[in-house]
Design a protein around this ligand. Structure first.
Ligand code: PGA
Length: 269
């Protein structure tokens, strides 16, 4: 397993810094496959919270490889994705449902009724119920064992965007419909052939749902993520930087980041 070049404890989190994104993703994929194998040995279900975007792609590639080459079985696994645009068809190649099908679901033995992505086609009047239902499904499965997370340049986790809520209220946010932040829309423009076509809304797993996971792996790569990483790990806990809300829980958050994403924190510590 690749060794971090630096390991720090910041804001109660374990922060591992790697020479490359590839090494950090290898570590994340290893943690997930080890949890799946341990679960199988003990006859236990493993419930994973999954993320989309560019950051976790190598993790899914590695898990598919483990399935093909080592027979890693997803028979005892359920997955819940962090977010989905709204409205969007699951068949739209830009939907996160499509992303997951292409990168993981279609290539492993995960039953379709265990691979959950929020549904960008629910009628407006049922959106609230859909979010509540998603949280109930997770609770009913005994909660998330591992939550994979990326971080947005604006510090968002899932699509929990910066807000002026109090910390107490922000950490209680459930799965729900949200407005996307201008920076999120601008970052998504490349996937939608321009900003005008990016959906203005999304469904996101709530901050409360994320924080309840038994283990949280946060990944961030590249210089462009360095300010959000530093604000999350070194700044005050505030809903204006949703990544900082991770530090209202302790002993279960691990940051796996590359040197470029760590550049600002390395200047400070
Ligand atoms: P990215 O997105 O992996 O595409 O950088 C991460 C995020 O916005 O949470």
């Amino acid at each position: 397993m690749p060794k971090p070049i630096r390991r720090l404890t910041l804001a109660g989190a374990d922060v591992k810094i790697y020479t490359s994104a590839a090494s950090a993703c290898e570590e994340a994929a290893h943690s997930i496959s080890a949890a799946i194998e341990d679960g199988a040995r003990l006859g236990k279900k493993v419930v994973l919270g999954l993320a989309t975007g560019a950051t976790p792609e190598p993790i899914y590639a590695r898990l598919v490889e483990d399935h093909r080459e080592r027979g890693l079985s997803f028979e005892n696994v359920s997955t819940y994705n962090l977010d989905e645009y709204y409205p969007i068809s699951p068949l739209d190649p830009r939907s996160y449902r499509s992303y997951m099908e292409q990168r993981l679901f279609a290539h492993v033995n995960l039953a379709p009724n265990r691979a959950h992505v929020l549904d960008g086609t629910v009628p407006d009047s049922f959106v609230k119920q859909h979010g509540e239902q998603f949280d109930r499904w997770i609770l009913d499965e005994g909660g998330l064992d591992i939550q994979l997370l990326g971080i947005g340049r604006n510090g968002h986790i899932g699509f929990n965007e910066p807000s002026n809520l109090s910390v107490d209220r922000a950490v209680e946010l459930p799965t729900r419909l949200v407005d996307l932040h201008p920076m999120t829309i601008s970052d998504a423009a490349k996937d939608f052939d321009g900003e005008e076509s990016v959906p203005r809304h999304a469904l996101t797993m709530g901050v409360a749902t994320i924080l309840a996971a038994r283990s949280i792996l946060v990944l961030a790569f590249g210089e462009r993520k360095a300010p959000a990483v530093a604000r999350s790990l070194l700044g005050p806990i505030t809903a204006e930087v949703p990544g900082s809300l991770l530090h209202t829980v302790s002993n279960k958050v691990t940051w796996l980041i590359d040197q470029a994403a760590a550049s600002e924190i390395l200047r400070e510590v």
